[in-house]
Design a protein around this ligand. Structure first.
Ligand SMILES: CC(C)(COP(=O)(O)OP(=O)(O)OC[C@H]1O[C@@H](n2cnc3c(N)ncnc32)[C@H](O)[C@@H]1OP(=O)(O)O)[C@@H](O)C(=O)NCCC(=O)NCCS
Length: 137
């Protein structure tokens, strides 16, 4: 049975998931710091083995970012990503109680937009905003 836990992944779990989807490992101290500074995370387990995770980073009242939504390949297309997104959205509702105008961003990878559209996200273009940018130096 798949179990969803509202907790940070461990450094080992984080690197395992990232490697599984081809994003590679990061040095332990870098991951440790990132997880320490994360607002909220959900992890999916199959019999205590991690199979997915998703995080919210941000400042709690003005800006939130959804990051690192991962389901390992063997478990994809089984609605595990959906369940984790629903957990994140429940948590976002709590932040919205403090500031209903809070902005929630997601930097979707190319081709993943459709997945996020199911949860109400729209592209910046459709929101009449400029393209999202990333520092490339
Ligand atoms: C993207 C990802 C998180 C989706 O999780 P998942 O558990 O496989 O997806 P679900 O089974 O919950 O799918 C939910 C819906 O989204 C759709 N969907 C899932 N992945 C999609 C994709 N890449 N493109 C378009 N639609 C997608 C499914 O078809 C499904 O649609 P339905 O409700 O009409 O049946 C997962 O495939 C993954 O981890 N991929 C590799 C890492 C990655 O790219 N993460 C996203 C970074 S932006």
């Amino acid at each position: 049975m798949i179990e969803y836990k509202e907790k940070m992944p461990t450094v080992e779990e984080y690197n395992f998931l990232n490697e599984k989807v081809g994003w590679g490992k990061r040095e332990d101290f870098i991951v440790e710091e990132a997880l320490k500074n994360t607002l909220y995370a959900v992890c999916a387990y199959d019999n205590e083995k991690i199979i997915g995770s998703a995080r919210i980073i941000g400042d709690k009242t003005l800006f939130l970012y959804i990051q690192n939504v991962i389901v390992i390949p063997e478990y994809q297309s089984k609605k595990i990503g959906t369940q984790m997104m629903n957990k994140l959205l429940e948590q976002i509702k709590k932040y919205k109680k403090i500031n209903p105008e809070i902005k929630v961003y997601i930097g979707a990878l190319k081709g993943k937009e459709k997945f996020y559209e199911k949860f109400g996200f729209i592209t910046r273009n459709k929101a009449n905003l400029g393209e999202a940018m990333i520092l490339k130096i």
